[in-house]
Design a binder for this molecule. Structure first.
Ligand SMILES: [Zn+2]
Ligand SMILES: [Zn+2]
Length: 247
């Protein structure tokens, strides 16, 4: 390639983003307003208006309870997770943001949401005593297809913000599960049954673990992961997700 052509190509690549920004100025994914240079994906107004959940909740009946309780006292839930914390509930705003993070490659948006979740988690002193973070794994084929595991990205940010080590490969998904969105509660439990495996039990033995995922709906996936971790010696398991979705 001639050096002139090479220089032109480089010039084009360097200016590509600003040219694109000029033709399609970036706009807020929530309200559609044009964004300033500093704002990424969501404008400050919408970002500050996102609903935040202040309390942990029961993975079974989804009741919120105060932080001095370690188990739900509204139901006799026998989940393998003691409790779960989420940043918000799955409203239209979060739905759009998580869709963009998960399926449209907007990783920086996912990281921004993860930092916000970390800020919430830091307020819960109990979490500072946890030993490990484990992201809910994708099946290797699905990870290849998507290019990344959104739970792992979430876990990396929380790990850095909270100073809790992230263990990426301790839990493996060994069964290709169906998409759960159209399944009933019972079908979801059946779908994820025996879908996970602990590869090195010695590293989780006697550990307090935070399982990390993007969404909790019925809790079937997180509960099955927690069951396998506990069967392999984990002392305690709780969950952290970006959102809580009601079916
Ligand atoms: Zn906005
Ligand atoms: Zn409950």
């Amino acid at each position: 390639m001639s050096s002139l052509l090479f220089k032109l190509l480089n010039l084009f690549l360097e200016s590509k983003d600003s040219v694109l920004d000029f033709i399609y100025p970036p706009h807020c994914l929530v309200c559609g307003r044009y964004l300033s240079k500093k704002e990424g994906h969501v404008c400050e107004g919408c970002w500050n208006g996102l609903g935040i959940l202040p309390h942990p909740f029961c993975p079974d009946c989804k009741s919120f309870f105060p932080e001095d309780k370690d188990r739900c006292f509204f139901c006799s839930g026998n989940s393998n997770l003691s409790w779960v914390r989420s940043l918000g509930t799955f409203d239209d705003f979060y739905q759009e943001l998580i869709h963009q993070f998960k399926y449209k490659g907007k990783v920086s948006l996912g990281k921004r949401l993860s930092r916000r979740l970390s800020q919430q988690m830091k307020k819960d002193n109990r979490l500072l005593r946890f030993d490990l973070l484990i992201p809910v794994p994708l099946h290797p084929a699905k990870r290849r297809e998507r290019g990344y595991n959104q739970s792992e990205i979430l876990g990396k940010v929380i790990s850095r913000e909270m100073n809790i080590p992230l263990l990426k490969n301790a839990l493996k998904r060994i069964k290709k599960t169906e998409d759960q969105t159209k399944l009933s509660d019972e079908e979801r439990k059946e779908n994820v049954k025996d879908a996970f495996e602990v590869s090195s039990p010695e590293v989780i033995e006697d550990k307090r673990i935070v399982l990390v995922d993007d969404v909790i709906t019925t809790g079937a996936t997180l509960n099955e992961c927690a069951r396998v971790l506990k069967d392999n010696g984990a002392k305690k398991v709780v969950g952290a997700t970006l959102v809580l979705a009601f079916k």
